[in-house]
Design a protein around this ligand. Structure first.
Ligand code: TRP
Length: 457
């Protein structure tokens, strides 16, 4: 029945693709820098608790809904409501829109990583002065030509892979991208352990520094656990829809969550030893990856190659996440409108590309979309999109998905599906624990995040 839509070749393929979606700029770029800004250890611990108690239950919920409906994020809500018209479909629409918004600016940041691969290969990262690395990042960020060029390349590559379909495109890419990423991160980690700053970094990341816990840090950890696991817009739901009914939803969700967390922690254990050993600060903000890494590598023999070894995985991680964002929108047109994959991918890519142009120009002095132009509050276009997606669209979508799975879905079908094919899911208490978290803890956490975004909390 689902032959026409495509299906994963194996359970491992799902895990690699889902981990490919989850592991991205969120892990390698954002997690280390927010850990640095929030003082390390305690923040990491809070983040791990959020992943376990909030992220994992939603992950299971999304994958389960997708596997039950075997259709896109919009179709899921109507199908599982018995085919009758239902307002829940709005959650699906929101998901498609969120994917479009996120990919449009995600592509721009991903583009910087590709530009840095090129810089490293062409010798552009052998700079004499330490300040020059900050200037280089600034020059990258503000250059409309660079941003537009790499935005185009990234969207083109993403579209090409998604055009290949589930097994021929998404799965094949994930089977290469994820292992390469893991290997290179492992190699960098091996190097980091030899540095004098390693001990200090371990203490920074895993030591419990109670004084650094603030309300702000808790909220940031919670919000990030959504983004890093690709939750709240049906990306995991869509990937789950290509699972067969025999597959073990609990096991694959656990594996995906574990891999994502592993890479986030590895990223910290790569970045902080290098940062400390080079005498740099952990709280360096968004430039941490683009400034600290090449600067630290520049002192090593073969420094440029180390940068290549870092920015290629960064780019690969972004690519396999971009694929999942595009697949959500494409799957909607394929499943609900009966379009060919080709037509669906070309149309969605064009729209996302166009929407991303203002983000690509956000650092420049463009008169309409440039740095001085404010859209919401003090935010330029890029920051506005990130703000709308991360603070509003994803939490709202997550609330809708959790609400539907926990309250609307028929109890019998939900429980049967939860246990189907899963030994873990059939253990006593596991189903109930999941359901209670999804019913109470998850909505409560999301409402808190939204109240915070409104400035009430
Ligand atoms: N999780 C990815 C990262 O950490 C980004 C991402 C991909 C995403 N697909 C998503 C975020 C869907 C939210 C929703 O970089």
């Amino acid at each position: 029945m689902s032959e026409g839509r495509g299906q994963w070749g194996s359970r491992l393929s799902f895990v690699l693709a889902a981990a490919g979606s989850a592991v991205g700029l969120g892990n390698l770029w954002k997690f280390p820098y927010i850990t640095g800004m929030n003082g390390g250890g305690a923040f990491v611990l809070i983040y791990l608790v959020c992943i376990l108690l909030i992220g994992l239950p939603i992950m299971i919920g999304e994958v389960l809904l997708g596997r039950m409906s075997q259709s896109s994020v919009v179709g899921t809500f109507s199908k599982l409501s018995g085919g009758k018209p239902t307002p829940w479909v709005g959650v699906g629409w929101l998901g498609v829109a969120t994917g479009v918004v996120i990919l449009s600016y995600y592509s721009v940041v991903a583009g910087w990583s590709l530009h840095y691969v090129w810089l490293a290969l062409s010798g552009g990262l052998s700079l004499a002065q330490p300040e020059a690395f900050g200037e280089l990042f600034n020059a990258t960020y503000t250059d409309p030509g660079i941003n537009l060029r790499y935005h185009t390349i990234f969207m083109g590559l993403t579209a090409m892979i998604v055009l290949g379909g589930i097994q021929g495109g998404v799965e094949r890419a994930a089977r290469v991208l994820m292992p390469v990423l893991l290997l290179m991160m492992a190699a960098l980690l091996a190097y980091s352990t030899t540095l004098e700053g390693f001990g200090r970094a371990v203490d920074f990341v895993f030591g419990f520094h109670v004084e650094s816990i603030t309300g702000e840090a808790v909220l940031e950890a919670l919000g990030h656990s959504f983004f890093t696991l690709s939750l709240g817009m049906g990306a995991m739901l869509t990937y789950g829809s290509y699972l067969s009914r025999k597959d073990d939803v609990i096991a694959v969700s656990l594996a995906t969550t574990a891999l994502d967390t592993l890479v986030a922690l590895m990223a910290c254990l790569v970045l902080f030893p290098i940062t400390f050993s080079a005498g740099m600060e952990a709280a360096n903000g968004p430039g941490l990856v683009f400034i600290n890494m090449p600067l630290a590598f520049s002192g090593l023999p073969g420094g440029q190659l180390w940068s290549v070894a870092f920015f290629i995985p960064l780019f690969f991680a972004a690519l396999s996440s971009g694929i999942s964002l595009l697949e959500v929108a494409a799957a909607y047109f394929i499943d609900e409108r009966g379009w060919s994959r080709r037509k669906a991918v070309l149309l969605t890519t064009s729209v996302i590309f166009a929407l991303g142009v203002p983000s690509a120009l956000s650092g420049s002095d463009n008169m309409v979309f440039g740095a001085g132009i404010h859209w919401i509050g003090e935010r330029n276009w890029f920051d506005t999109f990130d703000y709308l997606a991360s603070n509003w669209m994803l939490p709202l979508g997550g609330l809708g998905i959790a609400g539907f799975a926990a309250w609307r879905l028929g109890g019998k079908a939900r429980e049967a599906s939860f246990r189907a094919g899963s030994r873990l899911g059939s253990l006593p208490g596991v189903y109930l624990a999941w359901l209670q978290l999804l019913r109470y803890a998850v909505p409560l956490a999301i409402v808190i995040v939204m109240l915070h975004a409104l400035g009430v909390l």
